[in-house]
Write a protein that binds this ligand. Sequence first.
Ligand SMILES: [Zn+2]
Length: 219
Amino acid sequence: MRKINRIFTQSDSDSFVAHMCARAECDLRGPETWERDLLAALAWIAQETHVVHTWSPERLRENVSITLPAIPGLWDRPRVLLAPAAAADPVSQAAVIAHECQHVYQLRHRYVDSLWPAPLAYIYLYGTSDEARAASEAEASGCDVAVDAWLTGRDPNAIASERLASLEGAGYGHLGVGDLKLAADLMRSYAATVGSGISPPMRSAHEAMDWLKNNGLFS
Ligand SMILES: [Zn+2]
């Protein structure tokens, strides 16, 4: 498996994040922003009214990074809201950004043949189809597994198992057994690709690998 040949510093991580967001044409918002406060308030309302399953407001505030689509009149590019936990160390930050940037690519490109605008079709299917949500999260998680494995030298399969445990928890919209298996099969396949020394077939993972090569972290 490939791994980097020097320490990945906070300054490396910040440059990586800036590059990934520039390539994905999205904006990054840190943990202390009004958008996070608004999402936590919405999660509290959802929890109290039982209208939809969602993360608890506490979990959302601390642990959940999230990508919002462009909203005409409010902001014109997708926004990645970084969770405090994601900004805790250079590797976590880089892995989470690779994950969220893949969601940005999905938003823009996944349903370009739909009768609806692609981002709207993506959001609708993400919200209503367990299969679509499982496949989207497996792809995005494949990107963060790759970056984590490249930066730490850890076994990508072991990292994928950690991510799957999180998918099986409360965090991802209560996927059924079949859709969890779909996510698991996809993630095992991406982890095997990372283990064989190449990038899994997602744009964000390709961009991440290019950055690591161009900045002397891969020999
Ligand atoms: Zn995700």
